[in-house]
Design a protein around this ligand. Structure first.
Ligand code: NI
Length: 140
């Protein structure tokens, strides 16, 4: 049995036209676009609660010649191994490495640990991007 529920929305004509224009290249229909908007809002709302669990990817670019940097990075990851799920490492050139680390855990913990890694001397760029924990989604 389907879990889909239908509901009507009253909306200003011009606003709807703008919305249709916005989604015309990305979505086949309004329903999927509206579902995505709702999911996005639910995920965003969860990130505001730092005790909620989330998944995230931390991208780092660093100079592997920097004294003790890789050692420090590994130490941080092993000390909090429950948060670190997977690493992708690319040697960008002779000096620099690109690493993408997949994290899972409480938002607060992921933010703190990411700040620690990004703040290490020799890390040139770092960015943590949160995504859904997975529990937001139901089959549709
Ligand atoms: Ni490398």
């Amino acid at each position: 049995m389907s879990n889909l529920t239908r509901f009507g929305i009253s909306i200003d004509k011009k606003l709807l036209q703008k919305f249709d224009k916005l989604i015309e290249n990305s979505y086949d229909n309004r329903s999927e676009a509206i579902r995505d908007l709702i999911r996005e809002e639910i995920i965003k709302n969860e990130w505001e609660d730092s005790e909620e669990k989330a998944s995230g990817s931390l991208t780092l670019v660093y100079n592997h010649h920097k004294r003790k940097l890789t050692e420090k990075m590994l130490k941080i990851q092993h000390n909090h191994h429950h948060l670190f799920k997977s690493n992708l490492h690319v040697h960008l050139n002779h000096d620099f490495c690109l690493e993408v680390i997949i994290l899972q855990g409480k938002i607060r913990q992921l933010q703190q640990i990411s700040e620690k890694l990004i703040g290490l001397k020799g890390v040139k760029h770092g960015k943590l991007v949160f995504t859904a924990s997975g529990k937001e989604f139901v089959e549709d």
